[in-house]
Design a protein around this ligand. Structure first.
Ligand SMILES: Cc1ncc(COP(=O)(O)O)c(C=O)c1O
Length: 395
């Protein structure tokens, strides 16, 4: 057969370009700082997940350098063989103390945590009940299981209860409720207190992906459990070091039984190399900073409240965000792209989120606040939003 085995690569890429759905990468020529150099231009950073600006904190940098000097550039192996250094164990111990859980474990990334742990928690004869707006890494983790699936309307605990009742009748072996903590497109928070209450009633496990809540919500940024005062009651609290903590790495906080189980069964943990010492060193320092320097979380929230208030006062639709993720909803995809391009020309870096990531008529600029921005920076950015919102007919 006359088959070109790789023709699809070019064809599918060109199709994306034609529809303007390809990723056009902007290149940072500085660190991810509040004023970053992006494609050669100084820009106010409003789309990084580095919420607390910890990636530039001297204690994190020093700790990374010290760990690399003492322990080398790489760990040499997967955790289960020869890649568990004392540093990795120290991070897990410190994290469990910070999260006030019995135990914790670290994955290479948050994605690896979801892809590695979800498929071990449930299988044939079980059911996963998932919020309709869950993150793609949860969806991929769910796809790796043989469990049945059900989806409930976004944050709708009434509908969740209906699905739980059905699942209960069908006598599934295990039921797993899974949700984002802070939803990354809208910045709203899952009603975790109510979800945990229902789970207890129906004998279901709870798993929350708090990637955007860790370091951000709850006292000292301890995440969604602390936010609702239900620390230790969520069976699996998953998060990441790649956002507010300013480093990289997935994290799981929960019981010792959970961690013993995952140490032995979770495939992305067992079959992939552990973090280089510099990463573990920076992770340790990030936890220290969160515990001892509350000003970062405070600045983040002060900035967030001010920025949201001013955008709303201008007349922008900022949805129902409760967190430092503030969407500026403008309607059509083309409008969101145009606004983002024009903002960039004016020195503000904020990316558009368009269909299929959000509904066709809900395209937006998704702004993500940074604790290192000053009021002057925010006023500068707000001024550009107002000027362009008016000239582009959004306001
Ligand atoms: C909700 C959510 N979960 C998981 C992840 C993946 O985290 P990581 O960057 O550590 O792989 C992300 C990152 O985009 C996320 O937004």
């Amino acid at each position: 057969m006359n088959r070109n085995p790789t023709a699809f690569l070019k064809e599918e890429y060109e199709e994306l370009v034609e529809k303007d759905l390809d990723w056009k990468l902007r290149i940072l020529e500085s660190g991810s700082t509040p004023h970053s150099i992006v494609d050669g231009k100084e820009s106010i950073m409003l789309c990084s997940n580095n919420y607390l600006n910890l990636s530039n904190h001297p204690r994190l940098i020093q700790s990374a350098v010290d760990a690399a000097k003492k322990f080398g550039a790489g760990s040499g192996s997967v955790r289960a063989i020869a890649g568990t250094m004392k540093l990795h164990m120290d991070v897990e111990k410190r994290l469990a103390q910070f999260k006030r859980t019995e135990s914790s474990l670290i994955y290479q990334t948050g994605f690896a945590a979801n892809a590695g742990l979800i498929p071990q928690l449930v299988g044939k004869g079980d059911i996963i009940i998932s919020d309709e707006l869950n993150h793609g890494s949860i969806i991929d983790g769910v796809r790796l299981t043989k469990a049945d699936r059900a989806v409930y309307k976004h944050c709708d605990v009434g509908e969740l209860e209906k699905v739980l009742k059905e699942a209960d009748k069908k006598k599934y072996r295990r039921i797993l409720i899974i949700t984002d903590g802070v939803f990354s497109m809208d910045g709203d928070i899952a009603p975790m207190d109510k979800i945990v209450k229902l789970a207890t009633e129906y004998g279901a496990m709870t798993y929350v992906d708090d990637a955007h809540g860790e370091g951000v919500i709850g006292p000292d940024g301890r995440g969604i459990g602390a936010h609702f005062g239900i620390e230790g009651k969520i069976d699996v609290e998953m998060g990441t070091f790649s956002k507010a903590y300013g480093v990289v790495g997935g994290l799981i906080a929960g019981s010792q039984d959970l961690v013993n189980f995952a140490y032995n069964k979770s495939r992305t943990w067992l079959l992939s190399g552990s973090h280089p010492p510099a990463v573990a060193g920076a992770q340790l320092a990030a936890i220290d900073v969160l515990e001892t320097e509350p000003k970062h979380v405070k600045n983040l929230w002060d900035n967030t409240k001010y920025f949201k208030k001013e955008l709303k006062a201008m007349g922008f639709d900022t949805g129902h965000s409760e967190t430092p993720i503030t969407p500026v909803i403008v309607g059509e995809s083309s409008k969101a792209k145009e606004l983002s391009d024009e903002l960039f020309k004016e020195g503000v870096f904020a990316l558009p989120i368009v269909f299929p990531m959000v509904a066709r008529d809900k395209a937006r600029i998704r702004t993500m606040m940074n604790a290192g921005l000053t009021k002057k920076d925010l006023d500068f950015a707000l001024d550009k939003f107002e000027k362009l919102g008016t000239s582009l007919g959004i306001l």
